[in-house]
Design a binder for this molecule. Structure first.
Ligand SMILES: O=C(O)[C@H](O)COP(=O)(O)O
Length: 238
């Protein structure tokens, strides 16, 4: 039996502005910093002793992991970062306002892009595309992806493709730790965690559209030796 805790990063600066974030590297907002600290305190109350941490290569998830573990008194545990735990790449939607997009393309289309299992967003044209928001220009990709083969780097993803790139990491790293009885914490993103939850909880392609994961609310799974879910608790402090 092992414990898996998944926590979505706290509110990012772009979450606060209601912008499609995806792989654009934004920081936590002040609210997000507090959410991450609160999540750490909630976890401290559970007394779970972690053996290993995983996170993405995006700042908002890394900041969250560190704030959570600091509050929880376990900042010292081993941690590993991987692009495979990144948010879903939102392609050409990145940097656009979600409400403006719904006005332009309609609520249904935007809902399909955001929550369907297999509808792709409009894709980026190439790896050099940048996005400018409030006078600041952000790269779609930078040197942190230098070692990733180009044919594995997405120019836009639906949840299905996100799941397909998360799974090798789950199989090679995370599930092995859990099967060895280690307690694991993952700080990642709304859609990379929806993908993992789909796999862990065996949620159907249709039902996954209804799963929302809130910023900074740790999901605690007790898993048996086959990594089947024995219990699931969402810590919200409310
Ligand atoms: O990338 C983003 O914009 C969010 O973190 C997740 O967005 P969603 O809820 O629209 O999928």
């Amino acid at each position: 039996m092992s414990k898996l805790v998944m926590v979505r990063h706290g509110q990012s600066e772009w979450n606060a502005k209601n912008l499609f974030n995806g792989w654009i590297d934004t920081k936590l907002s002040p609210v997000g910093i507090q959410q991450a600290r609160d999540a750490g305190n909630l976890l401290a109350e559970t007394g779970i002793e972690f053996d290993q941490a995983y996170t993405s290569v995006l700042t908002r998830a890394i900041q969250t992991l560190h704030l959570v573990l600091e509050e929880d008194g376990q900042l010292w545990i081993p941690e590993e970062k991987s692009w495979r735990l990144n948010e879903r790449n939102y392609g050409a939607l990145q940097g656009l306002n979600k409400a403006d997009a719904a006005e332009k393309w309609g609520d249904d289309q935007v809902h399909q892009w955001r929550r369907s299992y297999d509808v792709l967003p409009p894709m980026l044209d190439d790896y050099e595309e940048t996005v400018t928001v409030d006078g600041e220009t952000y790269a779609s990709f930078d040197r942190r992806y230098a070692d990733v083969p180009k044919d594995e780097l997405p120019l836009g993803e639906n949840l299905k493709v996100t799941l397909e790139r998360v799974m090798p990491y789950w199989d090679e790293k995370i599930s092995k730790d859990l099967k060895a009885g280690k307690n694991v914490i993952i700080a990642a993103h709304g859609n990379s965690l929806r993908a993992l939850a789909k796999h862990i909880e065996k949620i159907s392609d249709d039902d996954i559209t209804g799963l929302e994961i809130a910023n900074g609310q740790p999901i605690v799974y007790d898993l048996d030796d086959n990594l089947d879910v024995v219990s699931k608790t969402v810590l919200s402090g409310e």
